[in-house]
Design a protein around this ligand. Structure first.
Ligand code: FES
Length: 109
């Protein structure tokens, strides 16, 4: 996987968007970090750390919709834009992600 470094950002192409079915998430390991990338049913992309900060549940396997993901282990719900849990007790790191020419482009700061 080729990475480009610009200033302190790492821009990483992750491959075709079709690799993530609508309404699901997938895990990518980038720069030693496990990143969950979500493709909402409306096509919007989101990216967060994969490990839930509660007890490490794999967020990429969670249920997504309405800009939120529900952790598959204990059901905490995280806002995919802010990373903050609905309960306000935990937060996940979020990452800018976009689609360019049918490819997922992730930016790590
Ligand atoms: S590990 Fe995610 S809610 Fe417990």
């Amino acid at each position: 996987m080729e990475t480009k470094r610009a200033a302190l950002e790492i821009v990483v192409p992750l491959g075709p968007v079709e690799a993530i079915p609508l309404g699901q998430g997938r895990t990518y390991v980038v720069d030693g970090r496990a990143i969950a990338v979500f493709r909402q049913r409306d096509g919007q992309l989101f990216a967060t750390q994969n490990a839930c900060p509660h007890r490490g549940g794999p967020l990429a396997d969670g249920i997504i919709g309405a800009g939120k993901v529900i952790c598959p282990l204990h059901g905490r719900k995280f806002d995919l834009k802010t990373g903050v849990s609905v309960e306000g007790d935990y937060a996940v790191q979020t990452y800018p992600v976009r689609m360019e020419g049918g490819e997922i482009i992730l930016t790590l700061a």
